[in-house]
Design a protein around this ligand. Sequence first.
Ligand code: AMP
Length: 282
Amino acid sequence: MDIFSEIDPIRSFIKEKKADGKTIGFVPTMGSLHEGHLSLMKLAKEKADEVIVSIYVNPEQFGPNEDFEEYPRELESDLKKCEELGISAIFTPTDEIMYGYSQYLRIEIDELNRYIDGGSRPGFFEGILLVVNKLFNIIEPDYAVFGQKDIQQFIILQQMVTEFNHGVELVMGPIIRANDGLALSSRNAYLNEEERQKAPSLYRSLQYIEKQVVGGVDQPKLLLEHQKSELEAKGLEIDYLNIFARKTLTPVETLTKNEQYIIAGAIWVGETRLIDNILIEF
Ligand code: AMP
């Protein structure tokens, strides 16, 4: 497995592979890899001949009061996991290489980041678009795999690929969970034992809402209020818990047939913010 931190050498590496007729799959990550990340790499391997993984904690997607400094960094064990999976190359640039100039352009998002995580984390998706746009230009992959765990990210990136004519096909991998339902996340490492026990409540709430909606509840307001109170009673603080239209990423009051919806929530478990979602179509 080759490890690159600079742009020109990884470009040459990929150029050679493409000259040999190989297709390139790409999985961007912030490292501290868990089974969720590994599942995306396996998907990428099914799609493409050579898989490149980037490991880069992108400062541009963290707000001033967020956890950029504390974010777990475990490069050595990450590299081992990638090597075991048969990843072709790792791109792990420094901030200097990614953003080594005093000013740069940003991509503005019109509507798609008004709610869900975009509503709570100003600048978050602009930071993601900036880094993924750069990474796509460096790697020029045929396929790029992202997780449903960050479904708003996937939908906004799909829009970027379409609008900016990136020649890449995006693939969405399912959410990988612990046995008790908690979605795997690098941030789960922040949870103490008591918090870890409470954390799966979010997914249980989403599942309950899904069951009610599939069972015929088409005006979910009261249902959502009730689930929020239940979570709060467990000592969890709610950032949002709502049902959004998949197309527009806006909250819906009345569900209609033949539409796709996202039941999504973000909660604070102590100092840790966790997100999760369920995609439904009915
Ligand atoms: P991150 O390192 O958190 O930026 O995540 C890198 C990629 O892994 C993103 O596409 C995430 O959506 C995806 N991901 C994170 N957690 C999971 C999970 N539990 N299951 C599947 N994919 C995940």
